[in-house]
Unconditional design. Structure first.
Length: 347
């Protein structure tokens, strides 16, 4: 499908390379989005895609096909669109040269669906112990937050934590109608050392928070890459795992962004790669990930040679009587040499 659109973009008037960059397609399974600044090109691309789908016995569903503008209203459609649970829209601002800013957030439908799921879990476990409820909520919270951790989600995460906290407070208060709020707080939200206050826990199990998930931007997979193409260095550094490769190597590749820690060049599948201890074990270095790095074999040899120069000096053994070290040579003291010379001359 991408190749078909690239050929269509090359046929447009203007420079081929610029036309290909201006027309984008994002696809997942049977859902896809075509982006271009000119609505006429979008309509033409729609026809091209329809012709391509006809060849494989498929067609576009009119009810799910929508044409919208990300900044303005278009034919009654509000600005922006939803795709795979994300809400993509542009907003007018004065802080950029373009005059607008693109923001991708969790869609309203995704937020409502997620909260409804959390609320249903709380309602279903009204009489269950706190640790059972935490065990049911944590995977749902972690999965949803990780899915939206690549976009503008920090405020949404905080709002979701607040809504869930209110739900949990009602859940705890309903279980003990004759107890005070202070008692409920002490039982279900006890203070934990070195953590924030008001954490829902039972002393052993702690509820995850959406806001604790870090926001890390997504990097698009290269169009010519496949998990089956044998490029294990690319996929190891991207997803942190690959069949047949040790977890230690994949973790270091991901941390180093697929680059050698010495020369800074990107690893290739055919490169000889070795695990190196940043501080040598002989000098007291440990065997943890923090003290390890990946190097090309030749870079590793160079570093090892430099490390040998920093080794501790050898301890001198006990010297024979009347001898000393001079310029790394064992030498007889001068006075002793004269006396021994006389002894030799007498016979």
């Amino acid at each position: 499908m991408e190749e078909c659109l690239n050929k269509f973009a090359e046929s447009l008037p203007g420079r081929k390379r610029a036309n290909k960059q201006a027309l984008s397609i994002i696809r997942y399974a049977d859902d896809f989005v075509i982006l271009h600044e000119d609505v006429k090109v979008v309509l033409q691309a729609k026809s091209v895609i329809q012709e391509w789908l006809n060849q494989v016995g498929l067609e576009l569903k009119p009810e799910k096909t929508k044409i919208a503008h990300t900044l303005k209203e278009y034919e009654g459609n509000k600005p922006g669109f939803n795709f795979l649970g994300f809400a993509i829209r542009q907003w007018k601002v004065k802080s950029t040269k373009q005059g607008f800013k693109t923001l991708i957030k969790p869609s309203s439908k995704s937020i409502k669906t997620h909260y409804r799921k959390l609320a249903d879990i709380c309602d279903y476990h009204k009489t269950a112990p706190a640790k059972v409820l935490i065990a049911r909520l944590n995977p749902v919270i972690r999965g949803w937050a990780n899915y939206f951790s690549t976009v503008v989600s920090k405020e949404v995460f905080s709002e979701m934590d607040m809504l869930l906290w209110k739900k949990l407070w009602r859940w705890a208060s309903r279980r003990h109608p004759n107890k005070s709020a202070k008692w409920v707080k002490k039982k279900y939200f006890p203070k934990i050392k070195e953590t924030r206050n008001w954490e829902f826990n039972d002393g052993e199990y702690i509820l995850n928070r959406h806001a604790d998930v870090s926001i890390i931007r997504h990097i698009k997979v290269k169009g010519n890459k496949s998990p089956y193409d044998g490029d294990w260095t690319y996929w190891s550094s991207r997803i942190g795992k690959h069949p047949g490769v040790r977890k230690e190597v994949t973790a270091l590749l991901k941390r180093q962004k697929n680059k050698c820690a010495s020369c800074g060049l990107t690893f290739r599948p055919n490169d000889l790669i070795e695990v190196d201890h940043i501080k040598p074990r002989s000098e007291g270095g440990d065997n943890t990930y923090k003290n390890k790095q990946l190097l090309h074999r030749h870079c590793h040899d160079t570093k090892t040679a430099l490390d040998k120069k920093t080794y501790a000096e050898l301890k001198l053994q006990d010297l024979p009587e009347d001898y000393l070290w001079v310029d790394d040579m064992l030498t007889l003291r001068q006075g002793c040499a004269h006396e021994k010379g006389r002894l030799r001359e007498e016979p």
